[in-house]
Ligand binder design. Structure first.
Ligand code: NAP
Length: 307
């Protein structure tokens, strides 16, 4: 029987691991298939305090992991297929068998949303991407499109101008959702063009197995247009990774876990932190902060049980 199991290894999960390890609770982190979380897909992180000159996302995650391990956190790869609760025992079923624990910290994060076009899936990894950092390099000197109007879309568009000959940003409205500073940066970038009030109808050319163009429709005029591009980056937001907890834990209408009094979920002994329970702030620093809260809440819960 474990004291604490943590599912997820982004800033929230690893901060929870650091704190519970330092509290001598010997946490086990199940890091999942996308170890390190969304920061593994980012370049420069300039807004994590303490790094005056910025730090690369993957480096920040490697540091967090090493710091948690220094205090004895055990980190295992694995896929969790079920979580059940019987009395005060929580069973986490993984591909390597069941693990019993007295407390559970959920830090499973959120996953990039897709447009839902059939060819988008068919061409994923063949010109369609949700990760500019991972795939931008492949589009050196080529025209590409970015879909979305939030901070993610603008950050990706700006980043991709390092490689692409031109970036067309396709947004379904005529005003951006992104922060003013990101908008200013994008408007000043001569390589970024805006396709306003437009939805994406199709990505071509699935038959050839490569992206050759994106088909858009102007929502005000109804005019359709084919824009030749070699790549399409979809940056339209995220879905919380909560399907494992359906029927067990309370969520909001969008599937984000509901927490109260800090990180407490609707089941005693189960705590949640990071993007899986936060659709508002979604920052590395807020995720890390909520990971700390979950660790302290789990520690108090175990103390209360006399463990
Ligand atoms: P977001 O703010 O939810 O923006 C999603 C964008 O995609 C919106 O412009 C939305 O259009 C569009 N969209 C959604 N579904 C769509 C669909 N089916 N078809 C076409 N367009 C669609 O998501 P985000 O940009 O990923 O940002 C999430 C959070 O992370 C925000 O709080 C953001 O500030 C933060 N963030 C911060 C930074 C940074 O500070 N450096 C970087 C990235 C993200 P509408 O505007 O019309 O709804």
């Amino acid at each position: 029987m474990r004291n604490v199991v943590i599912i997820g290894s982004g800033p929230a999960g690893l901060t929870a691991a650091l704190y519970t390890a330092r509290a001598n609770l010997s946490p086990l982190v199940i890091e999942g298939l996308d170890a390190g979380g969304q920061l593994m897909l980012t370049t420069e992180v300039d807004n994590f305090p303490g790094f005056r000159d910025g730090i690369m996302g993957p480096d920040l995650m490697a540091n967090m992991r090493a710091q948690a391990e220094r205090f004895g956190a055990e980190i295992k790869q694995g896929r969790v297929s079920a979580v059940t609760v019987t009395g005060s025992t929580i069973t986490v079923t993984t591909d390597q068998g069941p693990i019993e624990t007295t407390s559970l910290i959920i830090a499973t994060g959120a996953t990039a949303k897709l447009l839902g076009l059939p060819n988008e899936r068919a061409l994923m990894g063949h010109g369609v991407s949700t990760c500019a950092t991972c795939d931008g390099f492949f589009f050196r000197g080529k025209p590409i499109a970015v879909v979305g109007g939030g901070d993610s879309a603008l950050e990706e568009a700006n980043f991709l101008t390092r490689f692409a000959s031109k970036v067309t940003l396709i947004h379904r409205r005529d005003t951006l959702r992104a922060s003013k500073i990101m908008q200013d940066k994008a408007f000043k970038n001569p390589k970024i063009e805006f396709e306003w009030d437009s939805e994406v109808l199709d990505v071509k050319d699935a038959a050839q197995g490569v992206v050759s163009a994106i088909v858009t429709r102007n929502l005000k005029t109804g005019v359709t247009k084919e824009i030749p591009v070699d790549g399409v980056f979809v940056a339209i937001g995220h879905t919380p990774n909560t399907s494992l907890f359906t029927g067990l834990l309370e969520t909001d209408a969008n599937g984000y876990l509901l927490t109260k009094d800090g990180s407490k979920t609707s089941v005693p002994g189960v705590f949640a932190c990071g993007d899986v329970q936060d659709h508002i702030y979604r920052q590395a620093i807020t995720a890390a902060g909520s990971g700390c809260m979950a660790a302290l809440d789990a520690e108090r819960y175990l103390e209360h049980l006399g463990q």
